[in-house]
Design a protein around this ligand. Structure first.
Ligand code: NPW
Ligand code: K
Length: 498
């Protein structure tokens, strides 16, 4: 499990650790890790051109000491001093090692650099980048050289992932001591590139994490596996109330996701048109063609998926009320979420609920502005979970899952190929199948997102995918998780010692 922290949490831990160590020790550890990543990226350090963007705080100090180490190994290092002041000892160290200095206006070197080290601001930043930092951050991102962000890409809020103005787009972010939340959550995650963690000895002093990202082993431990005693009922029966005469595909995809994700049985309940389609695609599903909007005659299930392609008319509303009146966990997606936005009384139930909105659907549910949600996804998904008293999975390239208690997880297996129509229906089927097999809403959502992301990567393999292809790839994704194969995740968990 990868855990991440806010800037305040990191600062608190750093204070405790720093009090036990000679002054400057942590910065030297940070600089050593930084220089080692840079050397690795450069391949040959001797003769390479390195530009340091140096702000007025300790983030700039890290960059200067890393620059000293690279200069000692023969790199041609130029420090662009952007702040009103500069870390003096770091600057002296760089100059003693043969580095040079340029002012913030002298930026010709940036375009010629093999590697640009972004040491403008780290966890001490507040608000949008001011000039000349903003201009330098953008210039670095647009330059042909590699960009290595020190601790956090400047312009990304370390605690939230918010990007208010300009920010440095990094190839690699070398982060000190622990992951920062803003490196895992979009939009910050997009600016961070690959994240490398440098161990500076902070771990024993860290509090409970702000967010966690499940890794392959965590998911393998949580995914249900059929035992010798399992029969189809014990493996979990999922009910799917989805699809309408207008939208039949959503029902096919949700049922497909559920069957591939190991539900013991899927009971599909719907109107005539989607019933015909589901029957044609999935002879395995047990089908009830509904004559009235009620699931009373569908038979026993252990969980429901409600909403994909359901429509939002009176018939759909009554069907939603019937599903939510049951005493089993319900996953609500798509049109089901619109129905909840229109009639919040539907949510008055005691059994668990998992909502799986994208930003637009969450906006409809909570009344928040969609753009505000996209800009500050973690805050909004937490607020929604607390306000509605249910587990909320907010879809996106870094999908988030939040509990009413404030606990939150981020999924790192996502891929931009998954931004394709119908993939959400597959996710609802996968997570629903996990709910039916007994996982909590929190675990079903997090493991569902993880498996769905992997299936998307397998289905895409570097080319456009279809939602049906994602459903087909689900068993291979589960095999990847349970067999311990090393399909790459977004963020390597490798850490570097001094
Ligand atoms: N502590 C430790 O043990 C260790 C810390 N480490 C490192 O230190 C980093 C934290 O250093 P930090 O606390 O000095 O803050 P930092 O991020 O450099 O920037 C603060 C300065 O930036 C400025 N500024 C702020 N907002 C701005 C804006 N919007 N736009 C423009 N400027 C802005 C503001 O300056 P001023 O306004 O006064 O000019 C402020 O003083 C951390 O990320 C890690 O890299 C590692 O070495 C490990 C050990
Ligand atoms: K930085």
């Amino acid at each position: 499990m990868r855990t991440a922290y806010t800037a305040d949490q990191i600062r608190g831990a750093e204070r405790t650790l720093m009090a036990r160590l000679p002054e400057g020790t942590l910065m030297q550890r940070a600089a050593a890790g930084l220089a080692s990543v840079c050397a690795h990226l450069l391949g040959q350090v001797y003769g390479s051109r390195v530009v340091l963007l140096v702000g007025s705080g300790d983030n700039g100090g890290d960059a200067l000491y890393a620059g000293q180490r690279l200069a000692r190994r023969g790199a041609r290092v130029v420090a662009v001093l952007a702040g009103s002041k500069t870390h003096e000892a770091g600057l002296r160290a760089l100059l003693d090692a043969g580095g040079r200095v340029a002012g913030p206006g002298d930026t010709r070197e940036i375009d010629a650099a093999d590697l640009i080290l972004d040491g403008l601001v780290g966890i001490g930043a507040s608000g949008a980048l001011r000039e000349p930092y903003a201009r330098l951050a953008e210039q670095a991102g647009a330059a042909p050289g590699l960009v290595v962000a020190v601790d956090v890409p400047s312009g990304v809020d370390a605690s939230t992932g918010r990007v208010e103005g300009a920010a440095a787009r990094a190839t690699v972010t070398v982060t000190m001591g622990a992951y920062k939340t803003g490196l895992l959550v979009d939009p910050g995650a997009k600016f961070a590139g690959r994240v490398e963690l440098v161990d500076i000895g902070l771990a024993p002093y860290l509090p409970e994490p702000d967010v966690a990202a499940l890794g392959r082993d965590d998911v393998a431990g949580l995914l249900p596996r059929p035992g010798a005693e399992s029969d189809k009922y014990r493996r979990g029966v999922l009910g799917v109330a989805a699809g309408s005469h207008l939208y039949t595909g959503a029902a096919v995809l949700a049922v497909g996701g559920a069957l591939r994700a190991g539900a013991g049985m899927v009971r599909y309940a719907g109107a005539e048109e989607p019933v015909a389609q589901v029957r044609a695609h999935w002879p395995e599903a047990v089908i009830t063609q509904l004559r009235r909007p009620s699931v009373d005659d569908v038979g026993r299930v252990q969980a429901w998926v409600l909403g994909p392609g359901l429509g939002t008319d009176e018939w759909a509303h009554e069907l939603a009320a019937s599903v939510l009146a049951s005493d089993v966990p319900v996953l609500v997606d798509a049109d089901g979420l619109t129905l909840l936005a229109l009639d919040s009384a539907l949510l008055r139930r005691t059994a668990p609920v998992l909502l799986t909105p994208h930003a637009g659907e969450l906006a409809r549910l909570t009344g928040a502005d969609r753009a505000d949600i996209e800009a500050d996804r973690l805050r909004h998904v937490r607020a929604a979970a607390a306000e509605l008293g249910v587990t909320v999975l907010l879809k996106g390239s870094t999908t988030l899952v939040a509990e009413p208690s404030g606990a939150a997880r981020v999924n790192v297996t996502g891929s931009s190929w998954l931004a394709t129509g119908g993939t959400g229906d597959v996710l609802s089927g996968i997570a629903g199948a996990l709910l039916a097999q007994g996982l909590s809403t929190y675990d079903a959502a997090s493991c569902g997102a993880y498996v769905h992301g992997l299936a998307g990567r397998l289905a895409a393999d570097g080319a456009p995918l279809t939602a049906a292809g994602v459903a087909t790839a689900v068993p291979a994704a589960i095999r990847t998780v349970t067999s311990g194969s090393t399909l790459a995740e977004n963020l390597p968990s490798r850490s570097r010692e001094r």
